[in-house]
Design a protein around this ligand. Structure first.
Ligand code: ATP
Length: 327
């Protein structure tokens, strides 16, 4: 960075868009339907289903090797799926990749550019592959992101390099943004500003699919979340639904700890002494109320769980989970 801390406001200046509130939220802009990808016989995506409605900021979460980058590669049309259907804006991601290139911004996990170029050069070079308007928008973004146009790419910090990737992804003025770990090179404040700015992009009608390991930070910015494990979507839901779907039940008991089995799918269970708590997926309201009024039960609490806790609880489970919510 050469000009102090940049103000990272990702509002879409000068671009008139219908606000998300006026859009049909039911329309799925990104669709993966039973997508299979194998690398030399090893299954990376195992009948993956993904649906991202217009105007969503969809947190695409999964452990290392879960298949997030592979999904991004399929969605950007860089490779065909071995089976299944992948579409963005109703167009097949592989067959219509060239058409989609102008409508979909992509920021790879580890962007690689011609490092001998300057910040300004890479925009000019890339503009040749895009429609008119790319270059002025690229310049606008590099300016907003605090990048010095005269600086060589190889001299940039990791965060500076990530910003160039972001400016290139935003310069086509895309309707859809695919961001693969976009914040990994950014410092804490910039990361927070960046994630907060995603809401503005969504409000301007963009649809954002973002993978990140910074789950707690992403929770503040996203509207939907999907949890990927071993190439399968194990849970996908609007954030509000997710908060109702997975609950933490905690209580104190007088004698015997309660039997959790009736409550729903118990993801975690722990406690010490006479304190007991469990994380429960799809809790049965009747069973929860019965437990609340059981003899000897006090300090009963039924509370929402953070996205990070949902993630940890689901990922810790050894048995395969096959829940799919509101996809
Ligand atoms: N080019 C490749 N050749 C062979 N196997 C690959 C290739 N790319 C990915 N894989 C394998 O496919 C699986 C999914 O990898 P992928 O990179 O999509 O995961 P990821 O969720 O993006 O992981 P990370 O969070 O570490 O970036 C992994 O088992 C990985 O080793």
């Amino acid at each position: 960075m050469t000009r102090g801390r940049p103000i990272l406001i990702l509002t879409v200046g000068g671009l008139s868009r219908t606000p998300a509130a006026g859009l049909c939220m039911a329309e799925d802009v990104i669709v993966a339907d039973r997508v299979v990808v194998r690398y030399r016989g090893k299954t990376a995506l195992d009948e993956l289903n993904l649906r991202v409605p217009r105007g969503a900021v969809y947190a695409f979460l999964g452990d290392n090797g879960a298949g997030k980058t592979t999904t991004m590669r399929i969605l950007t049309g860089l490779a065909p799926a071995d089976a299944g259907r992948a579409e963005i804006l109703g167009l097949d991601c592989y067959a219509r990749a060239l058409d989609l290139r102008h409508r979909v911004g992509y920021m790879p996990e580890r962007p690689r550019f011609y490092d001998w170029m300057k910040v300004a050069d890479i925009g000019w070079f890339t503009a040749a592959f895009h429609r008119p308007g790319f270059l002025p928008r690229y310049r606008e973004w590099t300016d907003r992101l605090g990048l010095d146009p005269a600086k060589k790419l190889k001299e940039l910090s990791k965060g500076g390099y990530a910003r160039v990737g972001l400016a290139l992804a935003l310069a086509p003025d895309p309707e859809v943004l695919l961001l693969d770990e976009p914040t990994s090179g950014l410092d804490l404040l910039t990361r927070r500003e960046f994630l907060a700015g995603l809401a503005d992009l969504a409000a301007a009608g963009r649809t954002v699919l973002i993978s990140s390991h910074s789950i707690a930070e992403l929770e503040r910015a996203c509207t939907h979340a999907g949890l990927l494990r071993d190439g399968k979507m194990i849970l996908s839901a609007p954030l509000g639904e997710l908060r109702k779907k997975v609950r933490r039940i905690s209580l104190r008991f007088a004698e015997q700890p309660p039997d959790a089995a009736a409550l729903g799918t118990v993801l975690t269970r722990n406690g010490t002494g006479h304190f007991w708590q469990a994380t429960v997926q799809d809790p049965d309201p009747g069973a929860v109320n019965a437990l609340r009024s059981s003899p000897g039960v006090t300090d009963f609490e039924d509370s929402a769980v953070s996205l990070e806790e949902v993630y940890a609880a689901l990922m810790a489970r050894t048995a395969p989970v096959v829940t799919r919510v509101a996809e």
